[in-house]
Design a protein around this ligand. Structure first.
Ligand SMILES: O=C(O)CCC(=O)C(=O)O
Ligand SMILES: [Mn+2]
Length: 211
């Protein structure tokens, strides 16, 4: 993990929770601030938007993407798209974010999408599987910034037992291997638990191989 030579201590070891690998406090404060400033540039080029679910309701999470593909949704369904709804290409995935992927999943293909989710105080994300990608041998890597989020993990079938944990600013989660298709979601945000974002809220990044 020499890719972050400025870090004083060693990276945390992961805790396994239902097949997901949770790296608590993987990013230093400086690294989080660096990623945030890169994300601001991404959002200037590709502004956050509120996708419609296929059921015709706007999602409570606002989102945008970086990379070759961006994730979006509308009345015709969930999918990856080559351009932002405005027609502009998605900006490239910042190096500060790619470095996390290369460090935690060194053998994986390069990510083709970095989905950026912004959760305000009232936002949540229902239990779902990430299954719009072609190659389920490739992991999804999640990075959390800002306020704590209560993350719920289930099994590969809907309706099974679930387990929850708080994801905090700087945490990294690897969703791969046999757990790649496990249900997961975010029940709620705990406003005021982080000072990283001046206006509060939570950002979650998910890095994905799409093709
Ligand atoms: O916000 C999170 O921690 C999870 C986000 C997620 O599951 C998704 O974007 O598919
Ligand atoms: Mn997901």
């Amino acid at each position: 993990m020499s890719d972050f030579p400025d870090r004083p201590g060693a990276r945390p070891e992961p805790a396994e929770i239902r097949g997901f690998l949770h790296y608590s406090g993987w990013l230093t404060g400086d690294e989080q601030r660096g990623i945030l400033s890169d994300l601001r540039a991404v959002a200037r080029a590709a502004p956050l938007f509120s996708p419609m679910t296929p059921y015709g309701r706007p999602m409570s999470v606002r989102m945008t993407s970086a990379g070759k593909f961006g994730w979006t949704s509308d009345r015709s369904g969930y999918r990856y798209a080559a351009a932002h709804p405005s027609g502009t290409a998605w900006p490239p995935i910042p190096d500060s974010i790619l470095r996390v992927w290369r460090a935690v999943v060194p053998g994986a293909r390069e990510p083709e999408c970095c989905l950026i989710n912004y959760y305000g105080a009232e936002a949540r994300m229902g239990l779902h599987q990430d299954r719009d990608e072609r190659d389920f041998t490739q992991p999804v890597v999640s990075i959390s910034l800002g306020d704590d989020g209560l993350f719920r993990i289930g099994g590969t079938e809907r309706g099974g037992r679930t387990q929850s944990l708080w994801l905090r600013s700087g945490d990294v989660m690897v969703m791969g291997g046999p757990a790649r298709l496990c249900y997961h979601g975010v029940d709620r945000i705990a406003p005021g638990t982080s000072l990283l974002l001046p206006k509060g809220g939570r950002i979650n990044l998910t890095l994905r191989v799409v093709t």
